[in-house]
Design a binder for this molecule. Structure first.
Ligand SMILES: C[S@@+](CC[C@H](N)C(=O)[O-])C[C@H]1O[C@@H](n2cnc3c(N)ncnc32)[C@H](O)[C@@H]1O
Length: 459
């Protein structure tokens, strides 16, 4: 790219990285986040939910609203692929290389609790971070797997309305962030990544239902790892066609002029020309009828074995004492050993067969001596309007910091009047600005802290 490469791109790639934030649209918007924190947020042209972040010396990863799944810290450019997939509630969506979850949390939030997200990460040690981030975001309808993409395609061919392959790549867009990315780069690494992408992308495409959409993305600029990979796919699959990427502020692709990929199906987000450290995405559609969103694919009572009496009674007692107006009472619950789950998508789970599933939907809790100990994930997925008891902590106060450290509290400490009558003692949704931090248990004036030990803040 001549002078551009020598000066402007080089200046960006040698850092510092561009901080970014993406909000959970079901929890707050950018204006509310700016008001609550005093951070300066510069909006992006391609989504209402993300911004370039100037946290003015704060550490945004340690803010209570981060713990409450109100936002995710992400390179601004990396927010474009999930936005370009344009997910609608009720769809069945797959994110095939999903850890740590930057894009999966956006796709899950866009589903607004309806339909299914299959979030897959092949590396078992990375998949737990993915599950934790989906939990923080309160995504109840996610199936989390750690399987090779080829195995998923063999078992789930043709089932998805929308597929994201955010492929492992040579990471040129990571140069500002990571010494390792700069050190590990070589022309041979680009070729090796292209060969792996050539393997993965055709399997990703097999997962599409007729009319389904696919976004292929990388955080690298090499044509070999972007346009060239998709051009080979399009030559092999005439039922796929390119679609306009629709990312305002992006550059078009570096395409083969005689090839099957038009330049406008590609969005190149160069770090010196668009906000962020760089990304490339390409949008494809499979020919055929556009699928209407599937009906909400939660388990139906005749599709699952009935719960045994102990589990049924424990769940009913918990749900009755915790949720208002029968909220969650209709949930069809599945028992696996001593744990209860709300399955995200029975048909999908059955089709997965023996492939490793880390989460089959929403963990509800664990049975102990005939009672349900509710899962943290359930609190994170529960709307404030669902519960009988809420404890709202001041986002700025000391009480929220102590709570995140796992300390016990009294209702006086947190300025809450003890509830009375049947809504007195029991599980409460502890929250900041309406977003959940987990369960507390009210007993008289005491508020027991049920945040999982592994999440407690020690500094
Ligand atoms: C660019 S990262 C994904 C980032 C993620 N989508 C996000 O937004 O947070 C690529 C992922 O691909 C995974 N990966 C590496 N080799 C793979 C393979 N052969 N098949 C599938 N995924 C692979 C990596 O472990 C990594 O998590």
């Amino acid at each position: 790219m001549g002078d551009e490469a020598a000066d402007a791109i080089h200046a960006h790639l040698t850092g510092p990285p561009t901080p970014g934030v993406r909000v959970h649209p079901g929890r707050l918007d950018l204006a509310t986040l700016a008001q609550a924190t005093g951070w300066r947020l510069t909006p992006l042209p391609w989504t209402q939910d993300a911004a370039v972040l100037d946290a003015r010396g704060d550490r945004p990863g340690l803010h209570p609203l981060h713990e409450a799944g109100a936002y995710y810290l992400q390179d601004p450019a990396a927010t474009a692929p999930a936005a370009a997939l344009d997910v609608r509630p009720g769809e069945r969506v797959a994110d095939l290389a999903a850890a740590p979850g930057g894009k999966a949390t956006a796709l899950g939030a866009a589903l607004r609790g309806r339909g299914t997200l299959l979030a897959n990460e092949v590396h078992p040690e990375r998949v737990t971070t993915l599950a934790r981030n989906l939990e923080r975001f309160g995504i109840a309808n996610a199936v989390v797997t750690h399987a090779p993409v080829a195995d998923l395609a063999d078992r789930l061919e043709g089932r998805f309305d929308a597929v994201l392959l955010d492929a492992p790549c040579s990471g040129e867009g990571m140069f500002a962030k990571s010494d390792a990315a700069r050190r590990d780069w070589s022309p041979a690494a680009v070729s090796a990544c292209a060969a792996r992408q050539d393997e993965l992308l055709p399997h990703a495409a097999r997962l599409l239902a007729p009319g389904g959409r696919l976004v292929y993305a990388t955080c690298t600029f090499a044509r070999e790892e972007n346009e060239a990979v998709v051009e080979r796919l399009l030559r092999a699959r005439p039922d796929l066609r390119a679609a306009p990427a629709g990312v305002p502020g992006s550059d078009p692709g570096d395409v083969d002029p005689a090839g099957p990929l038009p330049a406008d199906a590609v969005a190149r987000l160069w770090p010196h020309r668009a906000p962020g450290d760089g990304h490339v995405l390409i949008r494809l559609v499979r020919e055929g009828a556009t699928p209407t969103p599937a009906p909400p694919d939660v388990a139906t009572s005749d599709a699952v074995p009935p719960l045994d009496r102990e589990a049924r009674e424990a769940w009913a007692a918990f749900a009755d004492a915790t949720f208002r107006d029968g909220g969650w009472a209709d949930a069809v619950v599945v028992r696996v050993d001593d744990r209860l789950w709300l399955d995200a998508d029975r048909a999908l789970l059955e089709a997965l067969g023996p492939l490793p599933v880390l989460r089959r939907g929403l963990p509800l809790g664990r049975l102990r001596r005939g009672r349900l100990e509710p899962a943290h994930a359930l609190a994170m997925a529960t709307a404030g309007t669902d519960v009988r008891r809420r404890v709202a902590l001041d986002v700025e106060g000391a009480a929220v910091r102590r709570w995140l450290a796992g300390e016990e509290a009294t209702l006086d400490d947190v300025g809450v009047t003890p509830p009375e009558g049947p809504d007195g003692d029991g599980y409460a949704r502890v929250e900041v600005l309406g977003a959940p931090l987990g369960w507390g248990r009210i007993s008289g004036r005491r508020l027991r802290n049920l945040r999982p030990k592994g999440l407690r803040r020690t500094s």
